[in-house]
Design a protein. Structure first.
Lengths: 649, 321
């Protein structure tokens, strides 16, 4: 039997298109082309008033689509192929729409596709799109249900309903219990993520030089510390193999906290980097919940970080007096062979009067006074990289300096280690938070001094300013040297672009910290602000009850507004006449149901002759005003009101 | 199914009189099958959001759920307060569709997609803007002649999303007449009171005394055209006849050859219509009822005759064959 496309085919295809749009970038090209091709086809059939292709053709298309998706998945059915399958199903659905039920299913499919895209991106831009998509699809849902209503009233109604639904949705969002972890395994998309490397070989960080990608964002509870104080601790390298540094393969957990003062509380939103380490300010002041604090005061997640992670933390900005006991042999270990010149230099620093402090100062002044250059594009180092750097190339960035410095310290018998992380951060003026980018990756050193503990020393900062290559980014220097390594004045448009970018970043940050990053902890904190604890099931029941009550109140308000609309505005003329009748009633003269105003005036006047002038005046005016219609005389109305008011029977 | 159950449980013995305003307590609501499917979709979204700890997933799942909830209120409002001002049903012949002419008044709100129908019958859908009044014809099939009380009238609406259906079942106090189904056949009559010779079976051609000739009007029977005048090239004219004053027919039960009383009624019904159409004076005699001839073309007389047929209950004695 020949059939034509469904009469609602256009809004339905539009809805599916809205659902598919957010997936375009994630889908393979052929699926995009397939969907667009098939939808154009059915729209063409509709426009030209042709018949639909026979059912066997449709079946062949279904078979082709499924075969292709299975073939392209290559046996690995992940979320990508799931979305692909969803889109292929959506592409073929319009051919078999046969009635209201199918239309509704198609629209639900469109909703589902929209929501599914949330599992791939949670950016603010995407969220805005999703809102628009929900509005439009809902408008189309109304249109399909009420074709005589017109598109724009439908869209208007859709906006009204979404607006009315938002408060309820927010209440549900806030109080719906969040769990930590997942119901079953979470399959995460594999993407290439940039970030710090788990080894440190001088010169290896170069891939981050120009990487302006955000590593993490931080908001502070109090004033943002100066950017030269923002040493974001990530990893500590203890093991030197002659060329570079490696992480401790078997790190111990911290047993105590380093003493310190002037704590700052802050919250980090970390971009996924597919490793376990997390970044905290030097040095941690609390034991974290849910994460591991290591003996070297780095913070580790229990699992690899594959999605944006949000964590609050407290660090002590002043921590020089700390942990005099804790250092182990590994902090002085060096390979016996290699870098003989550096070994010799270190020995020359050791004298009778030498203390760790003098040794540190000696090396720093050497870096400052001798011809050491800061360069993002240093020459490659040879077989003995420390020797090569110290006595030959003398040009490099933080990794080179930290590596050489720690080598010299260890060779001179001072326990030392390298800390890798980020330095500084850009304060976003629109959001009062700090953006730390990959290009701000940094490595510095820590030396152990008796009675003082681990002291941070940043050898890169010792380079004389005039020897910092201009035109480079501030890699390894953070904002500390922003005045030195300036990007220069980019002109008005570059400035504008940067401001727009920062503003957008601020909105995204706000969106993430308030909505996307709403975790079990933030829920707990938020509800505690209202004096609601969440420890027992009873608490949950109480909160659910409160939420239901709140939503009930909102619904009641909605209805109240409606019944106010229902109530007719009482005509002031009638109102005043009723007052008059009431006054008459008080003196025992009731108006009978069959009596008109005129008749009543007559009977009342007969009963109370003294009131005759007032009664007849009021009645006359009432009749006059009542039948005046729209062009009522305002003065007359005022006289009438006045008369009724002054009427004292 | 559940709807029937609710209707049965809430059915009252009293009937509803017009004007009738649909009160909140008379409105019931259930999800449509699509509404249930939508809830399933929402549930899947919720489980996905929980599993992936995806807050945007939560947000949009809750947004859609809240929208569904809000739509429920809109569905309810769409019907609540709707006024049915008047309702009448004109008599029909059995087998034809009876139409309940309802005057709906919207009140202060817009009404969209209000579906009206009798149980098991076709429905009609109307929309009316706020403060508007509109007449709708709700169809109802008829099978038998007689006087009936209308069945349960259901007003329903799935506005705006088609996820929930609200309905109110009314039992309006409206009766209607169904005349017998006309059955064509030869015109049989007994003479009226004044005539005694015209008894028997004749072909009625609609010809009595020639009255006048007037200009042709569209719709005039071809047989009445004056072909004589036409052939002389003076245009079309129609010959007018008038029924003979004083001549009247009695259409009687006993003259119908059919044995089945319903058939007899159907034949009589047909003849009454014909006689009415042909400007005849006619009367009706059926067992237990006699209607003397009335004025020609009198609609009230026609109504009385047809009503007598519709309400015929076998007569007092011997009518039941």
């Amino acid at each position: 039997m020949k059939t034509r496309p469904d009469r609602h085919i256009r809004p339905l295809v539009a809805a599916l298109l809205m659902g598919m749009a957010p997936h375009i970038m994630d889908l393979p090209l052929w699926i995009n082309l397939w969907c667009l091709g098939i939808w154009s086809g059915i729209l063409l059939i509709d426009v030209k008033k042709w018949f639909l292709p026979p059912r066997w053709l449709w079946l062949i298309l279904v078979v082709i689509a499924f075969t292709a998706i299975i073939a392209s998945a290559r046996g690995r059915f992940d979320s990508d192929s799931g979305i692909g399958l969803l889109c292929l199903m959506a592409s073929l659905k319009p051919f078999e729409i046969k009635g209201h039920r199918d239309r509704m299913i198609t629209l639900f499919l469109a909703y589902f596709m929209v929501i599914a895209s949330l599992f791939f991106s949670s950016s603010l831009g995407m969220t805005v799109y999703l809102f628009v998509a929900v509005l439009v699809i809902t408008g189309l849902l109304i249109r399909v249900n009420h074709p005589d209503m017109g598109l724009s009233p439908g869209l208007r109604l859709s906006i009204i309903i979404v607006a009315q639904a938002i408060p309820l949705a927010l209440i549900l969002f806030t109080v719906f219990p969040r769990i930590q972890g997942s119901l079953w395994g979470v399959q995460q998309k594999k993407t290439v993520l940039t970030g710090l490397s788990s080894t440190l070989y001088p010169g290896s960080m170069t891939n981050l030089v120009a990487n302006k990608a955000v590593a993490f964002r931080v908001s502070f509870d109090s004033k943002i510390p100066g950017s030269s104080e923002l040493y974001w601790r990530g990893m500590v390298f203890q093991m030197f193999d002659g060329k570079g540094w490696r992480l401790d393969p078997d790190p111990a957990l911290a047993s105590q906290l380093p003493p310190g003062e002037s704590p700052v509380r802050y919250e980090v939103i970390l971009e996924p980097h597919n490793e376990r380490w997390m970044f905290v300010l030097d040095l941690p002041a609390t034991f974290p919940v849910g994460y591991d604090l290591m003996a070297d005061y780095t913070l580790m997640a229990k699992e690899k970080i594959i999605a944006k992670k949000r964590y609050g933390f407290v660090s002590n900005m002043v921590h020089t007096a700390g942990d005099p006991e804790h250092w182990d042999n590994r902090s002085v270990l060096l390979p016996l062979k290699g870098n003989p010149l550096a070994q010799a230099l270190a020995r020359s620093l050791q004298g009778e009067k030498a203390t760790p402090q003098t040794i540190v100062d000696g090396v720093l002044s050497m870096i400052h006074n001798q011809e050491f250059y800061y360069s993002l594009d240093p020459p490659l180092l040879g077989k003995d990289p420390v020797d090569d750097f110290l006595f030959n190339t003398r040009s490099g960035y933080c990794e080179h300096y930290a590596s050489a410095f720690v080598f010299l310290m260890r060779a001179a018998g001072v326990p030392a280690r390298i800390v890798s992380g980020y330095l500084g951060g850009e304060v976003n003026p629109y959001g009062n938070y700090v953006i730390v980018r990959q290009s701000q990756a940094h490595a510095w050193a820590e030396v152990w001094m008796e009675n003082r503990g681990w002291i941070r020393v940043d050898p890169t900062a010792a380079i004389a300013r005039e020897r910092v290559e201009t035109g480079t980014l501030q890699l390894g220097l953070g904002n500390m040297d922003q005045n030195l390594v300036d990007e220069g004045d980019g002109g008005f448009f570059k400035g504008l672009g940067k401001n727009v970018q920062l503003g957008w970043d601020a909105l995204n940050f706000l969106w993430y910290s308030k909505v996307v990053g709403y975790t079990a902890q933030s829920q707990k904190r938020f509800l505690e602000r209202f004096g609601l604890s969440l420890s027992t099931l009873g608490d949950w029941i109480k909160i659910m009850g409160l939420a239901t009550l709140l939503m009930g109140c909102l619904t009641a308000l909605f209805y109240l507004g409606l019944s106010l609309k229902h109530r007719h505005k009482i005509d002031p003329v009638v109102k005043n006449y009723l007052i008059f009748l009431k006054k008459m009633g008080k003196i025992g003269i009731q108006r009978l149901p069959h009596e008109g105003p005129q008749d009543f005036a007559e009977t009342a006047s007969c009963k109370r002759k003294d009131l005759r002038p007032d009664i007849s005046g009021i009645t006359r005016l009432y009749i006059l005003l009542r039948y005046a219609g729209k062009n009522m005389d305002k003065n007359l109305l005022r006289d009438f009101k006045d008369l009724v008011k002054r009427f004292r029977p | 199914m559940i709807k029937d159950l609710v209707d049965n449980l809430t059915k009252k013995n009293t009937s509803d009189t017009f004007p009738f305003q649909i009160a909140r307590k008379r409105l019931y609501m259930l999800p449509t099958p699509q509404g249930i499917l939508f809830m399933v979709v929402l549930f899947v979204m919720l489980v996905g959001s929980i599993n992936y700890n995806n807050n945007l997933g939560f947000l949009f799942t809750f947004l859609l759920s809240s929208m569904a909830f809000v739509s429920l209120l809109h569905t309810h409002n769409n019907m609540s307060g709707l006024i049915l001002k008047t309702g009448i049903i004109s008599p029909v012949f059995a087998g034809d569709q009876a139409l309940l002419l309802l005057t709906l008044k919207s009140g202060v709100l817009d009404r969209t997609g209000i579906c009206l129908g009798f149980k098991g019958e076709e429905t009609v859908t109307v929309s009316l803007g706020q403060g508007k009044e509109r007449q709708v014809a709700v169809p109802m099939a008829t099978w038998r002649r007689g006087h009936f009380q209308i069945k349960a009238l259901t007003l329903s609406s799935t506005y705006p999303f088609g996820l929930f259906k609200t309905w109110s079942t009314l039992y309006p106090d409206i009766g209607y007449l169904v005349y017998p189904k006309p059955l064509a056949g030869p015109f049989e009559f007994s003479s009226g009171i004044h005539e005694s010779d015209a008894e028997g079976r004749i072909e009625i051609k609609g010809v009595d005394d020639f009255k006048e000739i007037r200009a042709y009007r569209p719709g005039d029977a071809l047989s009445r055209l004056s072909w004589k005048i036409f052939s002389k090239g003076r245009g079309l004219y129609t010959k007018e006849f008038s029924a003979q004053a004083g001549v009247s027919l009695m259409l009687t039960w006993d003259q119908i050859p059919q044995k089945d009383p319903e058939k007899k009624l159907s034949r009589l019904c047909h003849m009454i219509q014909q006689a009415h159409r042909m400007n005849l004076r006619y009367g009706l005699t059926i067992p237990g009822k006699e209607i003397p001839p009335g004025e020609p073309k009198d609609p009230r007389h026609l109504f009385f005759c047809l009503k007598a047929l519709a309400l015929f209950d076998g007569g007092d004695q011997g009518g039941r064959i």
